[in-house]
Design a protein around this ligand. Structure first.
Ligand code: GLC
Length: 451
């Protein structure tokens, strides 16, 4: 119990207040050291969602409600770039409270313009909307989402996700580093994690948009897109041995609408590791897909969220959990769970990350282990009836996180070293464990998520 109590303390000490109201949680809050990067002293939208799941389960609704309102207001702080129209639905990556000289407080948002590499936080608006859905499910308070500003914002988010672009796939197209992996990592195009979030958004839209004439068309469109996205991901992102065999023997350069190898994936692009690694009777959704491009890396959050939001079929969900069973030491090891597998090494690391020293092989985003992911692993395991696996994940994480003071991530193939540049008292590491614990006590908290 001690680990959970301590995690709670980390979470509670990280609550930030704006004009006396709790509005969020800091990303990291090590009392003994300032965070490595200045922006860890901010409230990140994606990080707060994990805190919020705990708060909702504890009926501390006010902080979640305040957060949803504050982020909605902050949307207006975005500045246009010369020659760009403002993308009206985009939400900030993070925000902070700034004390003014006259003693008052202001909120300042970051839309990526202060982020390292100026990456665009595409996932923020998606997490915001998914959290709004969770809030409504937890509280039964439909009034908040029915408000004019909330309805308008959801419309803007959908407009942005559904609008015509240069796209020919039902998946959403994004630049590199547009989500939890917010550095250059070859995750541009159609990364799985954003497809899962997009799917959750389309589901939430159908639940929360009021049936007024203005919404009818959008809701119809959302439903159609959701169906197209689901079919596409379930077929084309899926990888198991039979499917790998198919790709291995694919014909290429097929012209015309009847082509089997629609995306023209060359069998020669199958990496050697995947052939030996993929067990029989297990599978996963690949990390990314585009013309002539299949990224075979396994990305944990994308796969787990696909299970949780119902983007994967039940059979696929089971097969992904089988992969965790078979490849536990690769995908979990000493700390649940590895963010992606395997790491980019050598020339690949050099070219794809731009020789990023923080993302060296088996560190940080490039194959590091992220304790925050424990909640999603536990949730997916419970959803697929793998109680033992969920328990094992919790047991692996608990004592170690407590002893190591809640690191942000771990390094090494098996994740047995504290991340070289990891913050301690990383709040979503602590919140992830607390929510995992709540799920173990009562799996009905799964119902906070869109399915
Ligand atoms: C890093 C992570 C990002 C996280 C942020 C705050 O930038 O890559 O996913 O939201 O830290 O913890």
């Amino acid at each position: 119990m001690k680990a959970i109590e301590s995690a709670h303390e980390v979470l509670n000490n990280a609550v930030i207040y704006f004009r006396g109201r709790p509005v969020g949680t800091l990303a990291a809050n090590d009392p003994e050291a300032p965070p490595a990067a200045a922006n860890y002293a901010e409230c990140f939208v994606r990080d707060f969602v994990v805190s919020a799941l705990v708060f909702l389960a504890e009926k501390r609704y006010d902080i979640v409600r305040n957060f949803l309102e504050v982020v909605l207001q902050l949307r207006k702080q975005q500045r246009a770039m010369a020659g760009h129209e403002i993308e009206p639905g985009v939400m900030p990556a993070s925000f902070r409270v700034v004390a003014q000289e006259d003693g008052t407080e202001e909120l300042v948002a970051d839309f990526g313009e202060r982020a390292i590499g100026r990456v665009a936080p595409v996932d923020s608006m998606m997490w915001w909307m998914i959290l709004l859905g969770a809030y409504v499910r937890a509280t039964g308070d439909e009034e908040l989402a029915e408000g004019k500003e909330f309805q308008r914002t959801m419309h803007l988010i959908l407009d942005l996700c559904l609008k015509d672009s240069f796209e020919v796939f039902p998946t959403v197209l994004v630049p590199d580093g547009a989500f939890m992996i917010d550095r250059r990592m070859g995750v541009y195009g159609h990364p799985l994690e954003l497809q899962a979030l997009f799917y959750g958004v389309l589901q939430t839209a159908q639940e929360l948009l009021r049936p007024v004439p203005k919404s009818v068309e959008v809701v119809k469109l959302a439903l159609k897109r959701q169906q197209a996205l689901r079919t596409y991901v379930r077929i084309f992102y899926w990888l198991d041995l039979p499917r790998l065999n198919e790709i291995h023997r694919y014909g290429t350069e097929e012209f015309g609408t009847g082509s089997v190898n629609m995306l023209n994936i060359y069998p020669e692009s199958i990496p050697a590791w995947v052939v030996d690694w993929l067990p029989e009777n297990a599978g996963y959704l690949v990390g990314n897909l585009g013309p002539g491009r299949m990224d075979f890396r396994f990305f944990a959050y994308g796969n787990l969220l696909s299970i949780l939001f119902g983007l994967a079929t039940d059979e696929q969900a089971g097969a992904i959990m089988d992969l965790y069973e078979h490849r536990w030491s690769d995908l979990v090891g000493w700390m649940p769970a590895k963010i992606c597998y395997p790491a980019l090494e050598g020339m690949e690391w050099h070219l794809i990350t731009g020789a990023d020293p923080k993302n060296v092989p088996w560190s940080y985003h490039n194959g590091g282990n992220w304790p925050m992911l424990v909640w999603a692993l536990v949730a997916a395991a419970l959803k697929t009836g793998r109680h033992k696996l969920a328990q094992r994940a919790m047991d692996t994480a608990k004592e170690r996180l407590l002893r190591d003071q809640w690191p942000e991530y771990y390094d090494g193939r098996a994740g047995h070293l504290i991340g070289r540049r990891a913050n301690l008292h990383q709040v979503w590491s602590a919140a992830g464990l607390v929510f995992g614990h709540k799920l173990m006590e009562d799996r009905h908290w799964l119902s906070l998520l869109p399915t």
